[in-house]
Ligand binder design. Structure first.
Ligand code: C5P
Length: 300
């Protein structure tokens, strides 16, 4: 086999509960991840050395050297196998770059799956999950897909049963937000308010709504502790969220560390209507619809 292509979805966080800052600079989380039907594609082709090319919208904002997380994934996998494999990776981006939808993590997960196949390693998912956790907190979920709750940094995952398909609208913003800066702003705001930071807990009503496939109940339970910090760093997001609510979204929140905003609709038709209304208000660079949950990385 000379070439392997893997399709990998974006994620939205349904609950992101951020606990106290740890000594290692990370926060303990309860992170309910949900994979949605916006896909990047990564093609791995055998060659000597490691290289990457990025195509698609905002490709120029993604590093095309060893700082690219997909290249780091390929290097980590070769290191795990103890061999000096080579690969050329071509990444076709549809997931917004630095948008809070784990696009970089998705590409890293896709690179792990593609190179595992290309190099004939046959490593089990358990090994890939371990390598993934070292690459970034969201990479293990990107390998899993579906809907799952993550604790620790978000890397210790339990898959969740979901009783139906949910329809989403995503409002894309101009430019990205740095995840590390949003967490730091969250810490700063909490300190300024003198808040005691509670240990993060999974929301029982949210998990119940997911199990029942109840979009209305889920919409009311969506919560993201990083949202105030993301809105502080990008004030225009407050208006985007308001616009979605005014146009009948069942729930509205910033996706992860932002700046993408996610809106829950109660049907595919409602999602299309909401997307048209949001586009007309001009609050977003682009508006796209998607559904979830979807499966993790798939060889195509
Ligand atoms: O793990 P990853 O490299 O994706 O995290 C990016 C940044 O997000 C970290 O450097 C840290 O500032 C922040 N982060 C955090 N707590 C987590 C996950 C990420 O503070 N659980």
């Amino acid at each position: 086999m000379n070439s392997v292509t893997v399709r990998v979805p974006a994620k939205v966080n349904l609950q992101l509960a951020v606990g106290p800052l740890r000594d290692d600079g990370y926060h303990d989380l309860v992170n309910v991840f949900h994979a949605v039907s916006i896909f990047d594609e990564v093609t791995a082709t055998a060659k000597t050395g490691m290289s990457v090319r990025v195509e698609g919208e905002c490709a120029d904002q993604v590093p095309d050297d060893d700082n690219n997380l997909a290249i780091q994934a390929a290097l980590a996998l070769a290191g795990h196998a103890g061999r000096s494999y080579g690969v050329n990776l071509v990444i076709r981006k549809a997931i917004p770059v630095a948008g809070g939808m784990a696009g970089g993590s998705a590409d890293a997960a896709a690179a792990l799956v593609a190179c595992n196949e290309l190099w004939g390693l046959g490593l089990p998912i358990e090994d890939l999950l371990e390598i993934a956790a070292d690459l970034g907190s969201d990479v293990p979920f990107a390998l899993l897909g579906g809907t799952a709750v993550g604790i620790g940094r978000g890397e210790r995952l339990t898959p969740l049963e979901v009783g139906g398909r949910f329809h989403w609208v995503f409002a894309l913003a101009d430019g990205g937000l740095s995840t590390a800066k949003v967490y730091a702003e969250c810490d700063r705001m909490r300190e300024a308010l003198g808040e005691t930071v509670a240990w993060p807990r999974a929301s029982d009503p949210l998990l119940a709504a997911l199990r029942r496939g109840d979009a209305k109940a889920l919409g009311a339970e969506l919560v993201n502790d990083l949202q105030p910090a993301a809105v502080m760093l990008r004030r225009s997001l407050a208006r985007t969220l308001d616009a979605g609510r005014e146009h009948g979204a069942l729930g509205a929140l910033v996706s992860g560390s932002g700046p993408t905003c996610a809106f829950l609709a109660d049907s595919e038709a409602h999602a299309e209507e909401l997307a048209v209304s949001l586009t007309a208000t001009g609050v977003a660079r682009d508006v796209i619809t998607a559904y979830g949950p979807v499966s993790g990385p798939t060889v195509v």
